[in-house]
Design a protein around this ligand. Structure first.
Ligand code: SF4
Length: 231
């Protein structure tokens, strides 16, 4: 005969304890959330594109380097003069550093940026015959070029989805919309690449940036005007 385990005080309490009600908010499926964000961004900003003025991959590459910690509007104010004086990688590679600094000064961090755009132009001239390579692995080896800049150029000029552009707007909105918990751009990009279909990577970033500029502003988001309705 099998003996039953003796009923102790502990097991008796356990048996009587009522099931605890969960107070946690139901978890939103991140993929469903991402799909919803994609749909609403598409409806709100069907034609969003890169706001940096450019006529070639080279110009967009240099403009994107200049856009670090600076508005696109400001960059667009200095680049006409920059490319008028030094229109190709060969010209910019030979330009005196002090003169480049003077032209781009208003974009901030101008010493470092001047060094980078000159170094980048030298590398393009010497290694790639003045052409901008279309491989992300080669682009990120150029001075001043990280994944964000490389993705901007490849996505905007060539329509190549090599990743998702993660700038300050995409970072902030992705966090607010529950698409990532990370703060590091590389990890945020990984999260977004997992959640979004590849066909959406390029336009998604353009639209998020537009939404960040117009509605989901850093300090005071205009939630009452926002179609997301989910933060
Ligand atoms: S504006 Fe408000 S509701 Fe819209 S994405 Fe930003 S935080 Fe969310």
């Amino acid at each position: 005969m099998t003996r039953k385990a003796p009923r102790t005080a502990a097991t008796a309490t356990k048996a009587r304890a009522p099931a605890k009600k969960s107070t946690a908010t139901p978890k939103v499926d991140p993929r469903a959330q991402a799909a919803k964000v994609v749909r609403r961004l598409k409806a709100d900003y069907p034609d969003a594109t890169c706001a940096l003025g450019h006529e070639s991959a080279f110009e967009l590459l240099i403009s994107t380097i200049l856009s670090a910690q600076c508005t696109d509007v400001r960059v667009n104010m200095v680049t006409p003069e920059l490319f008028r004086r030094w229109p190709t990688p060969a010209h910019l590679a030979r330009a005196p550093l002090e003169q480049i600094e003077k032209v781009i000064q208003s974009t901030g961090f101008y010493r470092n940026k001047a060094k980078n755009i000159k170094g980048c132009s030298q590398a393009l001239f010497e290694k790639y015959d003045g052409e901008v390579p279309q491989e992300i692995e080669l682009l990120v080896e150029l001075p001043g070029v990280g994944r964000k800049t490389a993705n901007v150029v490849l996505g905007t000029v060539h329509g190549l989805a090599t990743g998702v552009v993660v700038d300050t707007h995409v970072t902030r909105l992705s966090q607010r919309l529950g698409l990532t918990k990370h703060t590091d751009a590389t990890k945020i990009e990984q999260d977004l690449m997992q959640l979004l279909p590849k066909s959406e990577w390029v336009d998604f970033a353009h639209r998020m940036i537009e939404h960040g500029r117009q509605v989901c502003i850093a300090r005071k988001p205009k939630c009452d005007l926002c179609s997301m309705n989910s933060c």
